[in-house]
Design a protein around this ligand. Sequence first.
Ligand code: AMO
Length: 393
Amino acid sequence: MTFITLRDVSGISQVIVKGELNENVEEINRQSAVMIKGIVQETKARDFSFEIKAEEIEVLAKAIHPLPVDPIGRVESNIDTRLNHRALDMRNQKTASIFKLRHHVLETLRNTLSQKKFIEITTPKIIGSASEGGADLFSLDYFGKTAYLAQSPQLYKEQMTLGLERVYEISNFYRAEKSHTGRHLSEFTSVDIEAAFLDYNDVMDILETLILEVYKHTSEKCKKEQEVIGHTIEIPSSPFERITYNQVIEELKQNGEKIEFGDDLLDSHLRMIGEKHAGFFFLTDWPMKLKPFYIREKDEDPLLSRSFDLQYGYLELSSGGTRLHNTDILKSRLKEQGLDPAQFADHLQTFDWGMPPHSGWGLGLDRLMTTLIGIDNVREVVLYPRDPDRLKP
Ligand code: AMO
């Protein structure tokens, strides 16, 4: 008598093979794809409720032996080895559970945004000039011209509020940053929204609701995945704290840091602040000079902006704000930031066509996933991560 552990995407079961059929079994390597016909019966085996008594066995595809990684997880492989053999790694129940969770997260985001009357759009990824400004663009030859891979859908999503009012996009974007951290990738998935007639407080509310929905939905629907991953999803307490940039500067000064208004927050600062304000919190009202050209100032203090980041401890998950929608101010802001308004002519013209005031944000999906499952490397939650050292497979 032989026992086979049989697995499909829904789970694991045991097969009992008796008599002549055993001859077929000898040639089946671990992880081979098989077709088994048999009778489902009760079992005395501790780990299963039922077993299958085989009547027919066919090997559909024989796996090589030994395999480059062990999907059972008995022999642990490092992340690089697993990523180099990602398709096989997906037979590891822990890895598969991460991507099932990711599916549920995407489903919740889409359903919730749809309920809030957002329309899903898809913007170009091959673009003619920078969407955000800055140097972190990948360039490519486009029939003899230089084109770039989009860093974000920023300009397109803003333009779409003119006709569609509320839009969202969930797509991959590209940043040529030479960062070697657990939170940066060259290709990452961004969840972006943009909404006409809302201000930054309104879109912070939407972001908070979405995060809570994602946590609630996955905590309820993904019990098995949580068990396999070995992490329980805890619903965050709400409302999320909203602290201003100025408050943070004060807190850092009290901690003995030499920091002044206008300085950007370093990783070490964010770690300090993250220790004090664990979990999710908004960091609002950043100095204008630290924000991109499209962010609008506060009427009562033009040095401050109507902007925010959503933090999870030290980790930045999202940034957004109320946008400028006056063409002249936009042009002067571009110049202030060393950008050429002529390069943005296609975008700027849309602001002369009755562009409504609007606000939005971009949320790093891969980073959100790491908070959900309590790990600190985005490579674990991306199928085929791209970073400065990884372009294959
Ligand atoms: P920002 O540049 O802050 O804002 O990006 C928004 C969020 O995207 C995620 N993110 C990344 N994740 C992994 N690897 C990267 N290299 C990477 N870069 C960014 C982060 C970040 O908070 N247009 C604005 C958003 C807006 O105002 O609507 C923007 O792109 O989680």
